[in-house]
Design a protein around this ligand. Sequence first.
Ligand code: ADP
Ligand code: GN1
Ligand code: MG
Length: 363
Amino acid sequence: MKTKEQFLNILGQFLTEDRILAVEPFGNGHINDTLCVRTEGGEPAYVLQRINHHIFTNVDMLQSNIHAVTTHIRNKLVQRGEKDIDRKVLTFLPAKDGKYYYYDGESYWRVCLFIPQSRSHETITPELSYQAGKAFGDFQSMLADIPEGVLGETIPNFHNMEFRLQQFHDALRDNAAGRAAEVSRLTDEILKRSGDMCIQEKLYREGKLKKRINHCDTKVNNVLFDNDGNVLCVIDLDTVMPGFVLSDIGDFIRTGANTGAEDDENLDNISVDMETFKAYARGYMETASSFLTPLEISLLPYGGRLLTYMQTVRFLTDYLNGDTYYKIHHPKHNLQRTEAQFQLLRSLEEHAAEMDDFIKQWL
Ligand code: ADP
Ligand code: GN1
Ligand code: MG
């Protein structure tokens, strides 16, 4: 980590503020490093993030996407006559050279305003799930008319299942960490489902599914709430990009509607929480039904299986590659995550008919 003086130098590129008291770690993401900046005793004033440029290799595109997204949403909020807009959309600050990031010769940094009296939640309730569904549906709906070509893919093929399977095959072939034999049972389970899990790419090629702008990281902790439990805004905008629509219900089901943890070592803890799923679907359909096609709606439960399957494949690929992508906390962490995600997938498969039945009310 940097010294306070180094942080002051970085912050000085964005701020004229000279009362910075402390820069402290914040949040628990797997990819970027998030810090909060305090200028006095109370709440932090700014959020400082070190961008992981090994993963987001095109930082210029990344920050230009985020600027386009936040500007577009701000305009929508103004048109709607919303009050308190500065707490309903993130505000990133330009550096001295006008760019929305600063490169210190080693790392890329960005700064946004800390949204006062806001909080995120790490654990889910049906009410939070409903609110998050509304928030992510509204987010997609506000971005539905952003002109094509404005937003690039900050991670190319990020939620493209065919591409993720290709990476998995490459990792098996290269066997860089010598772990392929150890995971042969999981490999068989993955390959058995590969055809069924590439429906979106196939429908897209047939002209039956269009691409939309998705958030692509729809965890409940990426929604900020006020102290009364009302949604303020959606945050963590790195992966907002064009892709297939199931991402934003699928990843919430994967992360929110799991009775266990993403990396639970006790597989008995893991199953799909139907109340959370139903609450999210209700909230999401309130704000997203206006732009979704019947085909997309009918696929929403499949989205939960797809994103869980995709994450199983991604964690196992990283394990095979020798843990080069996700931060790990112990040597078998990616394998443990794979087992846990696969367990959730099996539970989602068992509940597929029940979930389809619930979605029928919107068809
Ligand atoms: P990551 O998940 O990659 O670590 P996030 O951008 O989601 O990064 O930030 C981590 C946490 O920090 C969020 O869950 C939220 O609690 C808090 N946070 C982030 N940005 C802000 C902000 N502008 N205002 C208030 N809190 C924030
Ligand atoms: C990463 O930043 P974080 O931890 O929310 C990853 C997601 C995965 C997730 C698994 C850019 O998200 O795609 O679903 O870990 N983000 C990127 O927990 O790869
Ligand atoms: Mg986050």
